[in-house]
Design a binder for this molecule. Sequence first.
Ligand code: CDP
Length: 203
Amino acid sequence: MSFTIAIDGPAAAGKGTISKAVAAHFAMAHLDTGLLYRAVGAQMLQGADPLVAAQSLRPEDLDAANLRSPEVALAASQVAVMAEVRAELLAFQRGFARREGGAVLDGRDIGTVIFPKAEVKLFVTASAEVRARRRHQELVADGTQIDFDQVLADVTTRDARDAERAESPMIAAVDAVMIDTSNLTINAAIAVAVSIVQEEIIS
Ligand code: CDP
């Protein structure tokens, strides 16, 4: 049986945490599609051509150590505007979406472009300040020294680039359920997402 859950939203909205928890709850596979763009962005920062990097991406590239850094996040959003890079990464994501046993994919264009027929579509968001605060805490906990104001600037720069690009811009699908996590604990946000999926499974 295949069952696809698309979770989109802006930078640091909590998509990753919610997606992992939803996938674990329903014993489905999870793909963080941002890692694909981060891996290509990381290779661009090392001098690679982004298209060649996308064409030759290997599974182990998604485990590279620095993919969560602020520099790589910005590089990811730069390669993500390139239509040919996005096209290279499309087939893998679609194949993953339809795998046996169900799949949760999180990103920016899952419900609109990668898999518009997803059984469940969520758009997870929060205010820019709340998202930047959470990302700042994550980065500091990981040993990165960075100011809150810098994280907020990076988040808003990426959001603007992701929302305004011509190719697969970040936008909520018309049939997506919005979850604003600004005033929710992470456990409450996960509970909301799980109950939406549960309703769809039994309907
Ligand atoms: O974790 P965070 O929300 O900060 O970012 P991410 O999901 O890892 O995505 C990093 C960047 O990759 C985004 O800012 C987008 O530019 C790009 N991306 C995309 O264009 N399409 C996707 N499906 C996923 C990520």
